[in-house]
Design a protein around this ligand. Sequence first.
Ligand code: SF4
Ligand code: SF4
Length: 107
Amino acid sequence: MSYIITSPCIGVCDTSCVDVCPVDCIHGPLKTDGSGSEVAELKEKEDGLKGLQLFIDPETCIVCGACLPECPVNAIYGSEDEVPEEERASIRKNYEFFGQTCPPEYM
Ligand code: SF4
Ligand code: SF4
């Protein structure tokens, strides 16, 4: 089980969640490490964050809940089972961003 970042993060990527994660498992939008360090540079470019979002590494997330209240656009859900049906593709994206296989029940 993992917290999951969904589509409202797209284009926002403000990294508020990154700052509070105790196990440093939130990365992207481009690199699978670095805790969103590339966001600052992307922000400088016009449309630099277009279509991009951050992701939670499901194998590392300890399900502590610290990130959830920090998100200004309510993009974070507390488990795969809490992600609404219309955001289901986000579950797979979080797993696959880190090269992990999404559990079949969430495909
Ligand atoms: S629930 Fe905790 S460990 Fe998981 S991504 Fe959020 S802050 Fe990090
Ligand atoms: S706090 Fe929300 S919008 Fe900001 S990077 Fe995290 S998930 Fe994306």
